[in-house]
Design a protein around this ligand. Structure first.
Ligand code: PEP
Length: 256
């Protein structure tokens, strides 16, 4: 049984003071949530303050990215041991990092290995762009991303990882995949590929979030889909009210 996981990706928003206030408010508003795992991913500069603000709470802290080397001459990067001091999770391969910062399936794979080597749980983002979607290439493309991400990752590690299926055309645009389409892609492109790479048990153990313009108004439709195990939320995770409503609406929908 996969426990749903809803995480907020704060992207390049919030100063340390703002991030701390947001974390403290979410800690209070979400304190009674037990049926869904929760996480937030602040910027690197706010990781320390947010990890302090959320210590002992039911909200886990994630980095938005990291480099794979443990240390060295890599100006501007943060390393797995540095993230490990402040967070339990790390987002890897977000489409914005792939589009603007040269991330490839190979760097994603290296970062996943580095995360596991340092006991961090990766949230790995995959998803097709609009042209690929329109050309009917989604299943092939997402399957190829899975092959790249999971290269040489043993099954016992793969099972601990969370995938976020995020169609790029739905991120920050207000457009969403239909819950039925997202569910189908996760089945056909993600779980089927994981069955090929590993086995049925591993494919069924890996949590897959949906991401792309998730809001309080649409979360219930996604979370009840059998293949969708939560959400990675961007814009709507930056306001206490909207992230709280997303989580509460999901709790309610799952309880029905
Ligand atoms: C994201 O950044 O992962 C995301 C899904 O953003 P948004 O919810 O704003 O579309």
């Amino acid at each position: 049984m996969r426990k749903p996981f809803i995480a907020g990706n704060w992207k390049l928003h919030e100063t340390v003071a703002e991030a701390t206030a947001l974390a403290e408010a979410l800690r209070a508003s979400l304190a009674d949530v037990e049926s869904i795992e929760l996480g937030v991913a602040p910027t690197a500069t706010a990781l320390y303050a947010v990890s302090e603000a959320l210590k002992g709470s039911n909200i886990q802290v994630s980095a938005q990215n990291m480099y794979w080397a443990a240390s060295g001459a890599f100006t501007g990067e943060i390393s797995p041991p540095m993230v490990k001091e402040l967070a339990t999770h790390v987002i890897i391969g977000h489409s914005e990092r792939r589009a603007y910062f040269g991330e490839t399936d190979e760097t994603v794979n290296r970062k996943i290995k580095a995360a596991f080597a340092h006991n961090l749980t990766p949230i790995v983002c995959i998803g097709e762009n609009l042209e690929q979607n329109k050309a009917g290439e989604t299943v092939a493309f997402v399957s190829q991303q899975i092959h790249g991400a999971f290269a040489d990752i043993p099954a016992e590690e793969a099972r601990k990882l969370t995938l976020a299926y995020e169609p790029i055309w739905a991120i920050g645009t207000g457009l969403t995949a239909t819950p039925q389409d997202a569910n189908r892609i996760i089945r056909e492109a993600i779980r089927e590929t994981l069955v090929d790479l590993y086995d049925e048990e591993t494919a069924e153990a890996i949590r897959v979030q949906y991401g792309g313009s998730v809001k309080p108004q649409n979360i219930a439709d996604f979370i009840v889909m059998p293949e969708i195990d939560g959400a990675l939320v961007g814009g709507a995770s930056l306001k206490v009210d909207s992230f709280t409503a997303i989580v509460k609406n999901a709790v309610e929908a799952l309880a029905q």
